[in-house]
Ligand binder design. Sequence first.
Ligand SMILES: NC(=O)c1ccc[n+]([C@@H]2O[C@H](COP(=O)([O-])OP(=O)(O)OC[C@H]3O[C@@H](n4cnc5c(N)ncnc54)[C@H](O)[C@@H]3O)[C@@H](O)[C@H]2O)c1
Length: 333
Amino acid sequence: MLNFALFGAGRIGKMHARNLASHPKAKLRWVYDINPEASQAVGQETEAQIAQDVETILSDAQVNAVLIATSTDTHADLIVQSAKAGKAILCEKPIDLSIERVDWCRDQLQSYSVPIQIGFNRRFDPSHRKVAQAAQSGEIGELEQVIISSRDPSPPPKEYYLVAGGMLRDMTIHDFDLARFVLNEEVTKVTALAGTLFDPVAQEIDELDSAMILMQTARGKLCHINNSRHATYGYDQRLEAHGSQGMIRSENQQATTVERFNANETYRRDPLPEFFIERYTQAYLDQIDSFIEAVESGNPPSVTYEDGRRALILANAAYQSLESGKTITVSYA
Ligand SMILES: NC(=O)c1ccc[n+]([C@@H]2O[C@H](COP(=O)([O-])OP(=O)(O)OC[C@H]3O[C@@H](n4cnc5c(N)ncnc54)[C@H](O)[C@@H]3O)[C@@H](O)[C@H]2O)c1
């Protein structure tokens, strides 16, 4: 049994709180949010105590692990503080928006030997995982191409855009990580094209709403990511791997497999999931299972700090490509 504390009780923090509170191997002991209403809501729904500050949590010897689900700009400091206190860390993506901050945090972590896992939950989606396994096991022969489609149902509000840190570091970062997971080789070249095609709010603040990215590994394997901040038909999440002996893909998921046919509508299935919390329910649960297993066994977590760092390096390369109009050769140094 691991005693957890949750930092951040917003959109994703509330979901993590529920998952931790109902997990057979976890106890949610504390919650802390700078917004007291947010922590109270979690306190009322779970048995978590409401902390008034970070120190109360980190000085509690009963706390084994922290889950960091605060706004992105607070992650690096909370990681370092938690590591100093000897707590195992599960931190939401991205680690930070600045590679300098990510490297500063990595250097600080050298002095502490706590397990740290980054919240790239899509690696734990059972269907995406099967695609990655098939790509690596030889089931589809030699892997040649990976295609990732990720479209949000609708654009976020202006306040979100202003703090999220740009589409490629906030949204596409999941896909950069998924690409690395399926390719199982480092990406060496990145070419990006992007634009603002439909969202007036994005236009007003000079933000992107659509992107297509091409990447290649040193051995020549290719990956295409396509992202949009809207899709009229719901949250669109698909992954495909093509190899010398076949193709495997993880399709969109619907609540049921019911198909309807009639004279007016020739064919209809259930709508797509509303958004990430509905689509990746199992992945968020399996992510916590994997973290607990790593902490209890002493094995390294399956999604490492370096994975978080490299996904950000790919996002930075994509921005560089957009600015220069060139293909960028990636350095992970
Ligand atoms: N893995 C995923 O699928 C996924 C999905 C959404 C968000 N995220 C990530 O999770 C993080 C939170 O996103 P969100 O959508 O829940 O945002 P949010 O704004 O809804 O919630 C963030 C919460 O953190 C609190 N907070 C801010 N600074 C704090 C501090 N110093 N100490 C304690 N609490 C603090 C805020 O009051 C707020 O309640 C972001 O880093 C985001 O990128 C990941």
